[in-house]
Write a protein that binds this ligand. Structure first.
Ligand code: PLP
Length: 386
């Protein structure tokens, strides 16, 4: 039984919509958090995959300070060199052909715009998503999220949605027809619990969407930005979509998202067709440019691949019976409810996450993780009852 209790730090003015973990972080350095009561926690969760370079990376702090002192904000109605550089760097990191970039603020906003592009370009009104998917909480993003019917919260869906069973190639032809505007998929499903979609299933979706003139959208909000050990999961799977969405770690913790697109999907666009006030602001762009440079210059993709294989082979101890996922988006399958295991890990100084699957503990560590941190996690898991 865990003895942890929740510190009473939140103002009653805040809407009570989040259950809280039993600690308040007050500082972070590298992959370590310090809590209000003076404990240290090794962060294998990164604020839902956002702290891509951990906390206090000197190059991120310098880029933020320099941009803040130079020009704090201007919107998309002015050209900005820093925005152009961020877009160039992101397109260069992304799969070939995804050469067009629209910068936004969050994952849901990226998906909302990707779906808008697909529906407008095709003139169709049906979307196919994958069972277990999570795409965000705005109207279109929530409509393609699994369980939308239960918690969607709007009186009607903005378009018709069908859900395709995960990795069920035989079901593709029946559901993905000439009425479908888009198929949206997370190549590695995050919130579901690090469920990997088969490369063969994704390739079959690629072939079928091309045949029926539908748009293939990869939501890489959680699995992109180097997290699988390749720049994007699209490269890992060898399948290039028409549109790809990214957010979370894109700017290392500063709100930022993006839609990447093949140019042929944008030929109908005119000025004013997409818009956002904060998206593509100079602070976010300076950080996007820096995050991409750090990933490449510090060799972080190779590090993810190497440490991920250690995690996959060594974490099968204590209550962990299997490990799934790719790179640094891993799901530890637990013999006991994952919620219990997460709380017991916190007591032992390690922060991990849960998932929609109640028997999955999710690991989303910063890409700057080191061998010694893997040791700490493995020791903590080994100390827990099976
Ligand atoms: N898409 C995926 C795959 C996600 O995991 C999330 C958030 O967890 C989102 C979209 C929504 O992103 P945001 O919370 O930034 O709107």
């Amino acid at each position: 039984m865990t003895t942890l209790t929740m510190p009473a730090v939140d103002s009653p003015r805040l809407m009570p919509v989040y259950p809280h973990l039993p600690f308040e972080p007050v500082a972070g350095e590298g992959v370590w958090l310090t809590t209000r009561d003076g404990r240290r926690l090794l962060d294998f969760y990164g604020g839902h995959a956002v702290a891509l370079l951990g906390y206090g990376h000197p190059r991120l702090l310098a880029a933020l300070a320099e941009q803040a002192q130079t020009l704090f904000f201007q919107s998309n109605i002015t050209p900005l060199a820093v925005r152009s550089r961020a877009a160039e760097a992101l397109a260069a990191f992304a799969p070939r052909h995804l050469s067009q970039v629209f910068l936004v603020n969050s994952g849901a906003e990226a998906n909302e715009n990707a779906l808008r592009i697909a529906l407008r370009k095709t003139g169709r009104s049906k979307v196919v998503a994958i069972e277990g998917a999570f795409h965000g909480r705005t109207a279109a993003a929530a409509a393609v999220t699994a369980g939308a019917g239960r918690w969607y919260g709007f009186p009607q869906m903005p378009f018709e949605v069908d859900f395709l069973p995960r990795n069920d190639e035989a079901a593709i032809d029946e559901l993905v027809t000439e009425e479908v505007a888009a198929v949206i998929a997370e190549p590695v499903q995050g919130q579901a619990g690090a469920y990997v979609l088969d490369p063969g299933f994704l390739a079959a979706l690629r072939d079928r969407t091309r045949l029926v003139g539908a748009c293939l959208i990869f939501d890489e909000v959680q699995c992109g930005m180097g997290r699988t050990g390749e720049p994007f999961a699209a490269q890992l799977m060898g399948v290039t979509p028409d549109l790809l969405t990214v957010a979370k770690g894109l700017a290392g913790g500063f709100p930022a998202g993006a839609v990447l697109a093949r140019p042929e999907w944008l030929d109908f666009l005119a000025p004013g067709d997409l818009g956002t006030t904060f998206g593509g602001g100079p602070l976010a762009c300076a950080l996007i440019e820096t995050v991409l440079a750090v990933i490449q210059e510090e060799g972080l993709l190779a590090r993810v691949r190497r440490l991920s294989s250690r995690l996959k082979s060594e974490c099968r101890v204590g209550p962990v019976v299997a490990v799934q996922g790719e790179g640094f988006l891993l799901g530890l399958r637990t013999s006991r409810p994952a919620k219990q295991v997460v709380l017991e890990l916190i007591e032992r100084g390690v922060l991990a996450g849960g998932a929609a699957d109640p028997h999955i503990v999710r690991l989303l560590p910063p890409l700057v993780l080191e061998d010694e941190h893997v040791d700490v996690l493995v020791d903590a898991l080994a100390g827990l009852r099976a």
